[in-house]
Write a protein that binds this ligand. Structure first.
Ligand code: AMP
Length: 473
């Protein structure tokens, strides 16, 4: 148990997660959730869990690691019910503990309540201190605090309680909650993180990305609007609350890196946004070369666009080991370093003697690109030009993406020329923010661009990340 009075902030853990919920009488909801989570694996690889209800009790299976290692046939079969929610978790140092794997279940005996959250609220500790003293937290996640705040709010049912507590939460939350007999999905008024709705025969689904709907064979219905609360039960999907959204701020980085290329947000297919960003970058920063290559898979769509617009042929040069996962996911720097080496193997014969343009979605710390450039040079590349299909990442995210602290972001303390030198490239160019916004085709006033320009859509307490905390021992 975590003693609320002894909580203190800890500036490391943040969540960039995938969530999936289904209401479907007569369906194997746990198995569908499993496949849904499987397709959202890219949003979090450190832990996964599914909670189901049979109308009387909840049952959960949770564990650390990939969806495929947490679940097996026996575990999926043990999850019987007609509605379920699931979560894939991504955190950094300190947060990778079983107690923080979601769904978070509030054990309320006759009225259980479980939450699956993507995002980050920035006032979690303030809210924790307002909770009644008898509340005992079992995790160190902001999600559990949100659960208790909702539980202690006024309202004759869960949806009313969610509505009354809604404005207390500052930050990003795309949330699916499970009660004894229904799902409730809601999204903060800024709409930072995605949340979409779909239909599978007579079942209804809420989840992070449309790729999960495609995977389970469901049809996309629409997105949950910023500030909207929907109930999903046997009657289908009903809006039960709308909190006024004064400023929309969809995360531009979802298009750059986080989302899968086959997902659609704001009617824009992520792959095409990335491809357009590559095309725009080719116009903004042309350079002569023999071939355009991608850092797979994050840079592939953009590299195709760069090649198309520049007329320089696209080719494969880096062969990725698809089983090692995202190197970024590893909290420790030395493990990340090793990860880059075992993740990509270059095709030496193709690289040798060529002028290469290497395209990636983003540079964060600079570790990956530096190693890739070195690998290509060792293979005999004549020139290595880097083109990055997003602007320099200068500021940390407080709203649910895991970017490191500001001082670890290479672009926070080096200009483009210095980064070029650090990485060892013949040239380096980033896409302009204007170019990226244009590629997204989303109203530029409705995008969160804070990681690129430090303009946060709400005050972030002087840069102090108030999203997580730990117990003082
Ligand atoms: P680095 O510059 O070495 O820190 O890593 C940059 C690479 O990590 C880019 O190629 C991106 O594809 C990927 N990346 C960017 N942001 C994130 C994130 N929040 N989580 C995981 N990987 C990321």
């Amino acid at each position: 148990m975590v003693n609320i009075q002894k909580l203190k902030y800890k500036e490391s853990l943040k969540d960039k997660c995938g969530i999936f919920g289904i209401y479907g009488k007569g369906q194997d909801v746990a198995r569908i959730s499993f496949f849904g989570l499987y397709s959202l694996q890219h949003r979090g690889q450190e832990g996964a869990g599914i909670t189901v209800t049979d109308g009387k009790c909840f049952k959960s299976v949770k564990g650390l690691g990939l969806v495929s290692s947490v679940f097996n046939e026996e575990k999926i079969n043990s999850l019987k019910g007609f509605a379920s929610i699931g979560h894939t978790r991504y955190s950094t140092t300190g947060g990778n503990k079983l107690c923080n794997v979601q769904p978070v279940v509030l054990d309320l005996k006759d009225d259980n309540f479980a939450l699956a959250h993507n995002g980050n609220i920035i006032n979690a500790m303030d809210l924790a201190h307002e909770l009644p003293p008898d509340v005992k937290l079992s995790s160190t996640s902001d999600t559990e605090i949100m659960g208790w705040v909702i539980k202690n709010s006024t309202g004759k049912n869960w949806e009313e309680k969610i509505l009354t507590s809604f404005n207390k939460f500052q930050g990003a939350f795309s949330m699916i909650v499970l009660t004894k007999n229904k799902l409730i999905a809601f999204r903060d008024t800024y709409g930072f993180r995605p949340l979409v709705l779909g239909k599978l025969n007579k079942s209804y689904i809420a989840c992070s990305e449309t790729c999960a709907l495609d995977t389970v064979g469901a049809k996309f219905i629409r997105e949950v609007a910023p500030g909207e609360i929907v109930v999903i039960d046997e009657r289908g999907i009903q809006t039960v609350g709308k909190v006024k959204s004064t400023k929309k701020s969809f995360c531009l980085f979802e298009y750059v890196y986080l989302a899968r290329p086959d997902s659609v947000f704001n009617k824009q297919l992520v792959h095409l946004v990335r491809q357009r960003s590559g095309e725009i970058l080719a116009h903004e920063s042309p350079v002569g070369a023999d071939m355009v290559v991608a850092v797979p898979d994050s840079g592939t769509s953009a590299a195709i666009g760069y090649s198309k617009a520049s007329g320089i042929p696209y080719g494969e040069v880096l062969i990725k080991n698809r089983y090692i996962g995202r190197t970024f996911i590893q909290p420790e720097q030395h493990i990340r370093d090793m990860g880059v080496r075992i993740k990509f193997n270059p095709l030496k014969e193709i690289v040798n003697g060529k002028r290469i343009i290497i395209v990636d979605d983003s540079i964060v710390r600079g570790t990956t690109m530096k190693k890739i450039v070195k690998m290509l040079r060792n293979c005999g590349a004549k020139k290595v030009h880097i083109r990055v299909c997003s602007p320099p990442v200068t500021d940390p995210c407080y709203f649910g993406i895991d970017t490191p602290d500001k001082n670890k972001l290479i672009a926070s303390h080096m200009n483009v020329k210095q980064i070029e030198k650090f990485i060892g490239a013949d040239s380096l160019a980033y896409l302009s923010l204007e170019g990226l916004k244009k590629a997204s085709r989303v109203n530029p006033n409705q995008l969160c661009t804070s990681c690129f320009d430090g303009k946060y859509p709400m005050p972030v307490q002087g840069g102090f990340r108030k999203d997580v905390f730990e117990t003082i021992i």
